[in-house]
Design a protein around this ligand. Structure first.
Ligand SMILES: [Zn+2]
Length: 61
């Protein structure tokens, strides 16, 4: 049994969207939900890398 993440309504496996609030079913929304934190962490790593790089540049004479 799948439950809606927004309104906690019960969804059947065949339902792609919640009948109560219209949100996508967790099963179908999963790839997007996993992708966003991945992109955020990747962006964070890049910005941290650049900060370390510029700090290193500033530290070296
Ligand atoms: Zn819902």
């Amino acid at each position: 049994m799948i439950r809606c993440q927004s309104c906690d309504g019960i969804l059947t496996k065949n339902e792609k969207t919640c009948y109560r609030c219209g949100d996508p079913a967790p099963e179908h929304a999963k790839p997007v939900q996993n992708l966003i934190p991945l992109l955020l962490s990747a962006g964070l790593m890049v910005s941290l890398g650049f900060t370390a790089y510029w700090f290193w540049l500033g530290a070296t004479p």
